[in-house]
Design a protein around this ligand. Structure first.
Ligand code: DGL
Length: 266
């Protein structure tokens, strides 16, 4: 599919971002790559994440995409600046849009950020928020177990509640009024986060902001499609496709007819 928008994530979590892009730009053709053979990225070294990010980008570029969204916080944190040096199509990450939404939302300037170990260690969100508003204090917490639970399709119930409560406990005394869900998998737990934190805390799911930034970027560069028919979506995974076909629709909220497996040799 030439002239499509490429979106990739370490696994199936990025389908939450794809869903928002599809909602915002329904006539665009989309190609999604889930690097399911190498998920999770969140526990890997920056060098490894950068390498995976480059390979995923190369794959999408080989498909003729006109723009790419890195729908993975860890890959955005470590790999965005590196890949932007190597390719001349627009490439968008999820960190800046998420930080921007949080800065707009907070009233008491106390923002919580949760993400993978890698994303939290990179300090990417703190740096971005500081750039936008130096009066804001960020409080961070990694929540590694949530990725496994989401990839298993387990998003409710006692175990999930206990895990989330345990992770959020250290953030409680900080009286945050805004929480960035800094991992593509976390929007699936929105209901549970809200139940535990209460309605006074605004949850930031950067996917909505990413989709709107993408549209602005496409318009600015004259790349927005002019078609009026619903766009097609192609799905690729680096591991056997059955898992993505089975669990993916929970993230994407549309049926996913065929996932193509690609071979990775690196
Ligand atoms: N997609 C990753 C992210 O948003 C989470 C899963 C992983 O660790 O690879 O950071």
């Amino acid at each position: 599919m030439k002239d499509s928008i490429g979106v990739f994530d370490s696994g199936i979590g990025g389908l939450t971002v794809l869903k928002e892009i599809r909602k915002r730009l329904p006539t665009e053709n989309l190609i999604y790559l889930g690097d399911t053979a190498r998920v999770p990225y969140g526990t890997k070294s920056p060098e490894t994440v950068i390498r995976y990010t480059l390979r995923n980008t190369e794959f999408l570029v080989s498909k003729g995409v006109k723009a790419i969204v890195i729908a993975c916080n860890t890959a955005s944190a470590y790999g965005l600046s590196e890949v932007s040096k190597h390719f001349d199509i627009p490439i968008l990450g999820v960190i800046t849009p998420g930080a921007l939404s949080a800065v707009k939302a907070t009233k008491n300037n106390q923002v919580g950020v949760i993400g993978t170990e890698g994303t939290i260690a990179s300090l990417a969100y703190q740096k971005e928020i500081q750039k936008l508003n130096s009066h804001i204090t960020t409080h961070t917490q990694s929540c590694p177990l949530l990725v496994g639970l989401a990839e298993e399709g387990r998003i409710e119930g006692e175990i999930v509640e206990l895990v989330i409560k345990t992770y959020l406990e250290p953030l409680k005394p900080q009286t945050i009024d805004t929480l960035i869900l800094g991992c593509t998998h976390y929007p699936l737990f929105k209901k549970m986060f809200q139940k535990i934190l209460g309605n006074q805390v605004t949850l930031i799911d950067s996917a909505v902001e990413v989709a709107s930034n993408l549209e602005e970027l496409l318009v600015k560069r004259g790349l927005k499609g002019r078609g009026s028919e619903k766009g097609e979506v192609g799905f690729y995974s680096t591991d056997a496709p059955n898992r993505m076909e089975k669990i993916g629709p929970q993230f994407f909220c549309e049926s996913m007819t065929k996932v193509h497996q690609i071979e990775i040799t690196f």
